[in-house]
Structures are given as structure tokens and as C-alpha cells.
Design a protein around this ligand. Structure first.
Ligand code: ADP
Ligand code: MG
Length: 140
């Protein structure tokens, strides 16, 4: 498997609790390298655009409200098999189902406030990275 990139977001429940460093430690310890990073606060329009694939889901409005409720940390992660590696270290969407040692098992509050986002395919990773970062911000 070649080196690839994926998009990670540390969500407002985690920035609020001041645990971004603990989460980044998990990512780096899994062999992922942060090659771009910025802390921002999304507008409603930005959150709706990012989560557009979920527009028809019953939790969409709540998810947008949550993702705009405080700052987030967006990152591009690089490594062997980065998309799958990141999903593995994140753990299942619902922390109740997440494996021991994963970010969501250790830090998520509930199925919505689950501390991290990670792209779910190489194709979506490329789209999400270009949505969140300019090429000049990918600094290695
Ligand atoms: P993942 O983040 O694991 O890829 P999804 O793409 O299915 O999960 O969902 C996107 C986000 O929407 C989740 O991370 C979570 O914040 C929220 N979410 C998913 N399912 C639910 C649900 N049943 N109730 C409330 N929020 C949810
Ligand atoms: Mg998803």
C-alpha cells in the first residue's frame, strides 16, 4: 500500500475539553504524520457543505449545530494506508461499539459528540482535503 493522505477533524467536544494533544498523540503513535493543521470555527454554511452527504439523515441539523458550536482542528494526515489506519485508531462511530484503545472509546461523549472525523475512502479524502485546505497549506 502506497503512502496516502486523509482528512482528520478534532470536533468541538474535544477542543472544549482541551484534549487535542491527547488525540494527536494517538494519531502520531499509530504512524500517521500531521502534514497540515489549522484550528477554525465553521460557519453553518461550511458545516452543511462538508456534511452534505448526510443532508437527508435525521441527525443532520443536530450535527451541523454541534460542529459549529465551537472550534475544530482540521488536519491532513499522511502515512501508509492512512485512510484505513485513521479509521482504525478513531474507532466505531458510536463509542459504545468502539474497540479498546481507540480515540472514540477513550474520549467520545456519545454517538454525535464523538471527538473525531476521518475520511472513509481515498476518493472522499481527496475531496475533503481540497475542501478544507489550500495546496500551499500542505507543508509536510
Ligand atoms: P463516521 O464519523 O464514523 O464516519 P458517519 O459518517 O456515519 O460516521 O456520521 C457522521 C457523523 O454524524 C458522526 O461522526 C457523528 O458525529 C454523527 N452521527 C452519526 N450517526 C449519528 C446518530 N445516529 N445520531 C447522532 N449523530 C450521529
Ligand atoms: Mg463518515
Amino acid at each position: 500500500m502506497a503512502v496516502e493522505r486523509t482528512l482528520s477533524i478534532i470536533k468541538p467536544d474535544a477542543t472544549e475539553r482541551n484534549i487535542t494533544g491527547k488525540i494527536i498523540d494517538k494519531l502520531e503513535s499509530a504512524g500517521l504524520r500531521v502534514v497540515a493543521q489549522k484550528r477554525v470555527r465553521w460557519s453553518q454554511a461550511e458545516a452543511e457543505a462538508f456534511y452534505g452527504v448526510h443532508r437527508e439523515r435525521p441527525f443532520f441539523n443536530d450535527l451541523v449545530a454541534f460542529m459549529t458550536s465551537g472550534p475544530i482542528v482540521m488536519q491532513v494526515l499522511e502515512g501508509e494506508n492512512a485512510v484505513a489506519t485513521n479509521r482504525e485508531v478513531m474507532g466505531a462511530t458510536n463509542p459504545a461499539d468502539a474497540a479498546a484503545g481507540t480515540i472514540r472509546k477513550e474520549y467520545a461523549v456519545n454517538i454525535e459528540a464523538n471527538s473525531v472525523h476521518g475520511s472513509d475512502s481515498a476518493e472522499n479524502a481527496a475531496a475533503e482535503i481540497s475542501m478544507c485546505f489550500a495546496d500551499s497549506e500542505l507543508v509536510g
